[in-house]
Design a protein around this ligand. Sequence first.
Ligand SMILES: C[S@@+](CC[C@H](N)C(=O)[O-])C[C@H]1O[C@@H](n2cnc3c(N)ncnc32)[C@H](O)[C@@H]1O
Length: 292
Amino acid sequence: MELSLAFNASDTIEGLLDKAKTALSASSQLCFHEPALEARLLLEHAMGKSHTWLITHGDECVEVNQLALFTQYIEQRLSGKPVSFILGTQDFWSLRLNVSPCTLIPRQDTEVLVETALSLAIPEKAKVLDLGTGTGAVALALASEKPEWHLTGLDKILEAVELAKTNAQLNKLKVCFKQSDWFSALNSDTKFDLIVSNPPYVEENNECLTQGDVRYEPLSALISGADGLNDIRYIIEQAPLYMNSLAWIAFEHGYEQAQSIRTLLNEKGFIHAKTYQDYNNLDRVTVAQYLS
Ligand SMILES: C[S@@+](CC[C@H](N)C(=O)[O-])C[C@H]1O[C@@H](n2cnc3c(N)ncnc32)[C@H](O)[C@@H]1O
């Protein structure tokens, strides 16, 4: 049984945060979540106030309409809706991005893909491709760090492409976003110095698909065949056609997929395959270089 929220107009900001945290902690719908942080983000959103403002006004009450909004947000969260979908945004790298149920909510682990891509030795005015761009998170983070790179972001979902274009405008960044089924929208004479991709990589029967925030995200962004590697296999097979000599490819992947991906890369003639770990020390990103 879910707890009743029992918020009152006489509750202070601190009191409301406490009650919300207790209710979120007790919810059976949520997993891997941070109740205190979520309560704070949702109250800031309901009040249109900053973190600092909330801290310095903790003993004040909130307006009736703000309390109604906060109650609605907490109820949505208790029913399982991801915080980012309630807020409509997710911070990634140094950017604030709009999100939508048409694609994945950008994850902090994906910043490892950005860091790794930035560490590779590629030309100053490199041509870079982000495959399965979603919100545009990876391409836009790279554009924010390397304005001289020529970035292209592709996704097969038109709504995601439109979302990525909006995120580029909101963050005043230049990336060419297009709808494409992997490489289908590219000319065969287009070559890149770096291809980055966080493609779908979850096994189709993985039980994580029935838990937590992932239930609200589209399967088109998550699953990739029985072993989760169908899309990565396809990309590795096709990528050399679109790579300059000594260009790099960098994938985000599941923490148990690194060895299989290095094998696939080696079999296709890639060299220098290497895997990097995420902030939990799990294998998360594999890179390799193509020598044509
Ligand atoms: C795991 S999400 C990654 C989104 C974003 N790059 C990120 O890191 O947050 C995978 C993305 O690949 C896209 N995708 C799936 N199949 C695709 C295909 N055949 N061609 C292009 N994009 C595809 C999905 O629509 C989704 O946006």
